[in-house]
Design a protein around this ligand. Structure first.
Ligand code: ADP
Ligand code: ADP
Length: 226
């Protein structure tokens, strides 16, 4: 767990697109921050900079008080969940979840304990030996979350994780994500263009527009304003 702070963060892509124009934010330890705004407003770029998947043109990102700009992505203690799940199709669910721990050289019995624990929390124990193609969309999204929680990271990053699911599953998974985050208490940043998702999930809501922060507050504060 850790506080995440952004200080005047900017991104100019090669070619000159100014995707993020000086964003400063403070997400407290254990907080759930949702970035909401229309397509192209810079949400994903901002998230990817926190993840270390995109270089930061200027400004600073700090996790737990440590400036991460110069830390290799693999050494940042974060886990990211994407809309396309990014599961390995040739590996079983178990191996997909265990992958990150194996890469870090975690002992086998500890991997097993943690994979089983994540599978129990997400109710995917019956599917551990299946390949991703033999799962429904909702089950795949749970596996993707299993991969994130098994690492016990300091920070969760979510990039539109529910946008490929049908409306009913979206509601169900929304509730599950919130429960999970409360139970684990991991600082989370969640990107969406869906205002209902933003309202129900966030305790800190950040409305973005044109690469800048337009409003910040609790969901009630933000949506009460005229
Ligand atoms: P960086 O500044 O991070 O090096 P680049 O401009 O080199 O980014 O682009 C990285 C990748 O993103 C390239 O493969 C490029 O084709 C792709 N890309 C370029 N423009 C866009 C865009 N407007 N939206 C999404 N992806 C893009
Ligand atoms: P959002 O997540 O809010 O849809 P993005 O962060 O994906 O917004 O994009 C912000 C702006 O940066 C857009 O104008 C987009 O076209 C541009 N962009 C995104 N990725 C790249 C890239 N790799 N190279 C160049 N421009 C990009």
């Amino acid at each position: 767990m850790a506080e995440v702070t952004l200080n005047d963060v900017r991104k100019v892509y090669a070619g000159g697109v100014e995707a993020v124009k000086g964003v400063s934010l403070d997400i407290p330890d254990g907080g759930f921050c949702v970035l909401v705004g229309p397509s192209g407003c810079g949400k994903s770029t901002l998230l990817r900079m926190v993840a270390g998947l995109e270089t930061i043109s200027s400004g600073q990102v700090a996790i737990g008080g440590r400036v991460v700009n110069e830390i290799e992505p693999a050494e940042r203690d974060i886990a990211m969940v994407f809309q396309n799940y990014a599961l390995y199709p040739h590996m079983s669910v178990y191996d997909n979840i265990a992958y990150g721990l194996r890469n870090r050289g975690t002992p086998k019995d500890e991997i097993d304990r943690r994979v089983q624990e994540a599978a129990r929390i997400l109710a995917i124990e019956p599917f551990l030996q299946r390949k991703p193609r033999a799962l429904s969309g909702g089950q795949r999204q749970r596996v993707a979350m299993g991969r994130a929680i098994v690492r016990k990271p300091q920070v969760f990053l979510f990039d539109e994780p529910l946008s490929n699911l049908d409306a009913k599953l979206r509601v169900q998974m929304r509730v599950e994500i919130k429960k999970l985050q409360r139970a684990l208490g991991v600082t989370s940043i969640y990107v969406t263009h869906d205002q209902v998702e933003a309202m129900t999930l966030s305790d800190k809501l950040v409305v973005m527009s044109g690469g800048q922060v337009e409003q910040v507050g609790t969901p009630t504060e933000v949506y009460r304003r005229p």
